[in-house]
Design a protein around this ligand. Structure first.
Ligand SMILES: Nc1ncnc2c1ncn2[C@@H]1O[C@H](COP(=O)(O)OP(=O)(O)O)[C@@H](O)[C@H]1O
Ligand SMILES: [Mg+2]
Length: 321
């Protein structure tokens, strides 16, 4: 067991009836980072988090948090972790300040210290102006922020953020992202579950993609992207009537499957690079199109998005979320 791991699981299993919700998950989460657990609804993210937070007993395998076994040393684990998500302890009838002061008192802060910490967090999370309002009057984004504030009253070593931005508008999402970055800058390790590829892309240094209770890919963002090829070409043709022909020419030149976008002049294909490198291969494909007399109005060679990674890994058609 290496000591710089915040989380280490081996073949972790949780079964509900005949549903293997978590089906042999191995995770190694380095301390001091944001680690993304990315997967669609029902993938097993919350169940994994609940086992790690000692709220649910594993049916198989092992899980350690900062070296402490979640079954045999649950108290030691609990003293170092905090969880937000469906379990937030914020009381809707109390104001923002009242909630944070009350929770800080429960955590052992003196009255003045509880007030100071509450005011500090409300300020840091942009909630000062609403500090005196009942939480039930808060917007979705404000509610999510006060939940996170409540969970870091005592700076935890490990914070579980279970889909902290699901259902939020883009502006509120960005505010939550800023908070996550600030929390990590304080030295807290964050296990972030998300259904959003761009969220994992923005925040996490490593990502485990989970589907049907199994980790189907793991690595840095760069590694995950590289695993589906070194790039993607996006093309727009002048003439939609030439697209079937362009598809054949591209497929032959790149030796890859070509995807037809909803836009009738657009095509997308993966470039694996191979011996020649992605840009040379793409240039070759463009030259072949020109030789066939097909006019290309727009061309881009880019890293695959995490969306494309997810689709390639899960082999799902349609959106990943
Ligand atoms: N308490 C429970 N009892 C029975 N089935 C559950 C329970 N919690 C989760 N499940 C099932 O386990 C699977 C994984 O769920 P969950 O961990 O909540 O996924 P996610 O958080 O990735 O959406 C789903 O099929 C879900 O229906
Ligand atoms: Mg969940």
């Amino acid at each position: 067991m290496s000591t710089n791991l915040a989380i280490e699981t081996t073949a972790l299993v949780k079964v509900f009836g005949d549903n293997r919700a978590v089906d042999g998950v191995d995770l190694r989460v380095p301390a001091g980072t944001v680690y993304g657990l990315l997967g669609p609804n029902g993938a097993g993210k919350t169940t994994t988090v609940r086992m790690l937070a000692t709220l649910l007993r594993p049916d198989g395998g092992e899980a350690r948090v900062f070296g402490h076994d979640v079954r045999r040393e649950a108290d030691a684990v609990r003293s170092r972790v905090s969880l937000t998500g469906q379990y937030a302890s914020v009381d809707e009838d109390l104001t923002g300040t009242e909630n944070l002061v009350l929770l800080a008192r429960l955590l052992g802060h003196s009255k003045p210290s509880a007030r100071d910490r509450a005011a500090q967090l409300l300020e840091a999370f942009g909630l000062s102006r609403s500090a005196g309002k009942q939480v039930k009057a808060y917007s979705g984004g404000m509610r999510r922020r006060i939940d996170i504030a409540a969970s870091i009253l005592n700076t935890p070593d490990l914070l579980f953020l279970d889909e902290p931005t699901t259902g939020l508008d883009p502006r509120s999402r960005n505010q939550v992202w800023d908070i996550v970055r600030a929390v990590v800058a304080q030295g807290t390790t964050v296990l972030l579950t998300t259904q959003y590829l761009d969220e994992a892309d923005h925040l996490a240094s490593r990502i485990a993609v989970i589907d049907h209770g199994r980790v189907i890919a793991e690595g840095t963002k760069g590694e995950l992207k590289a695993s589906v090829g070194s790039g993607t070409v996006h093309l727009r043709l002048r003439d939609p009537a030439r697209r079937p022909e362009a598809e054949r020419v591209l497929a032959a030149a790149l030796g890859a499957e070509v995807l037809l976008d909803a836009d009738p002049v657009a095509l997308t294909a993966r470039v694996d690079g191979g011996d020649r490198g992605a840009s040379e291969q793409a240039a070759h494909a463009l030259a072949e199109l020109a030789r066939s007399g097909i006019t290309v109005d727009n061309f881009a060679l880019g890293q695959p998005s995490l969306d494309e990674v997810f689709l390639a890994l899960t082999d799902r058609k349609g959106g990943a979320v």
